[in-house]
Ligand binder design. Sequence first.
Ligand code: ASP
Ligand code: MG
Length: 421
Amino acid sequence: MKVFKFGGASIKDAEAIRNVAKIIGAEGQEQLLVVVSAMGKTTNALEAILAHYIDGDMVYRTEIDKLKSFHFNILQELYKGNDPAALHQLEDLFLQFEWFFELGEKGNYDFLYDQVVAFGEIFSTKIIATYLQSVGIPAKWFDARNFIITNDNYREAAVDFALTESLVQRKIPQMLGEGPLVTQGFIGKNRQGHTTTLGREGSDFSAAIFAWALQASELCIWKDVPGILNADPKRFANTVKFQELSYTDAVEMSYYGASVLHPKTMQPLQNRHIPLHVRSFVDPTLPGTRIADGVAAQTEIPVAIVKDRQCLIRIASANFSFIAESNLSRIFQSIAENRLKINLMRNSAMRFELVTDCDARKLSALLADLDSEYLVDHTDGLTLYTTRNADPAYTQKVLQDKEIVLEQKTGNVAQYLTKSH
Ligand code: ASP
Ligand code: MG
């Protein structure tokens, strides 16, 4: 059996959904599980709705109306008003969604986030499963939350792989015989029965978990690019597409921020030797990129990865003591507890520096924790460039006339933190 994953861009409007149905119709002859993200920029819209709701800003109601129109317009486009059942189904879902706000739910931000944001994937999968049925593909919808079981770490929940595997194995194989299955990426459930999410862009990871639990013959992630490229074509000219990559190369590229793959995706696949195929939904005849066992490490083609919205945090000793082992373990503990991800770090006698994605909430929690013991300051709005296998000419092309704040080289990997212009 195979697992397919379609992200937000591949289902951003009615035409895109028709294209996805075509791909499933043509490619999905064998047993197939289809994992889907929220449509277009829905997750961002849901984040904004929640932020305004929490701030008591009534604009959230207007934003809900916009999100509703976006989804209902797609339905209208798909069915030209000829399918009241699909319409009622979506109306019911939006009633549930709005009910959440009517009830005036309060509580921990991360908890509320998961309860609200998960609706994006519920809306999209219901629309897609119903549309597939309407064009003669006997698709079946199921709720991923009944299978992907996680801990309580809302917004970045850790998956209980053993429990998830046994639940998947108990039910899904027999359901696969009846037509393609459609489910949500990104979302799961904890043991108390509350919705959790696996971290932004986590649908790739969900698809990998299902592929792992079902011992799939392949996971295919459908993208708006022809495969995995050595750099983002929106930023760099003359990009090169990889025909194939080793698991290690793919892990490293996603670790440094290549947005084509969620960093957690590779591990479950590598552990069970399941190939990952990245293909273009724009042109499914293209060969894409294959990541599989037995592919040699890639040492020739230079790679450039760019991460915007970076924050440099400097943590200095307040009493002239060294930043040595005990201080470091204290600092790392705070970083881990406040769930910051280190994209680059450097240590010197009296200072520890780290680069992380800008996240005002996490940053202020870290500052609050460390402020009384250390001198902490931070600079926002930076950009991190990472290169692999780059010669000086390529590096120069990547950096052009950027102002470098910090640089670090390890083996064939070089990282440059720059001021964004
Ligand atoms: N919809 C979620 C997000 O935008 C998950 C995903 O797209 O993978 O982050
Ligand atoms: Mg997405």
